[in-house]
Design a protein. Structure first.
Length: 173
């Protein structure tokens, strides 16, 4: 296919430098959700919702619930306020049961990412208080979570999805 060139000792190098790791990360997260949670998964889905640009990075369904993940492969310093706003607009347009903003970093999200969500929510009328669930996984609204990779990215994503689905259940008797 012309993607890689052979090197000595059975190694290969890419012929063209990759521009982004994002698509691969989205695909891998989708495969992990399929394997670990038995979800039906699609990646890179165009929403078609009026006024909402971009794509839905990972969309998953299981047990009658729709789950949406926005996946960022760049460090927090490269995530912008408009990206956070676009994510929240997609959540508002698509109305998934659980939505996650996933940042592939071990850095703290409370320093930059969480304040951006607080600002975006305040501008839009806001939801409930932003709160830390565990590690660097935050609840930023009803069934909307911000997740990082500290300790284990997939474990954090699965735990946030479980928390979101659990929160949909009626109160225990």
């Amino acid at each position: 296919m012309g993607l890689a060139a052979p090197l000595p000792r059975g190694r290969y190098r890419l012929v063209h430098r990759p521009r982004t790791f994002g698509g691969t990360l989205e695909w891998w997260l989708g495969e992990e959700l399929r394997a670990r949670l038995a979800l039906e998964v699609a990646t890179g889905v165009r929403s078609g919702a009026p006024g909402v640009g971009g794509d839905l990075d990972v969309v998953a369904a299981g047990e009658g619930k729709l789950i949406y993940l926005e996946v960022k492969s760049s460090p927090p310093k490269h995530v912008t306020q408009p990206e956070v706003g676009a994510f929240l607009r997609r959540v508002s347009a698509v109305r998934p049961d659980v939505a996650l903003f996933v940042v592939d970093t071990a850095l703290r999200l409370g320093d930059k990412i969480v304040p951006m969500f607080e600002l975006a929510l305040a501008r839009g009328g806001g939801a409930g208080p932003v709160r830390r669930l565990f590690r660097e996984t935050w609840s930023v609204g009803p069934h909307v979570y911000v997740v990082n990779a500290r300790e284990d990215l997939v474990d954090n994503v699965c735990r946030a999805i479980a928390e979101g689905i659990r929160a949909l259940a009626p109160p225990a008797p």
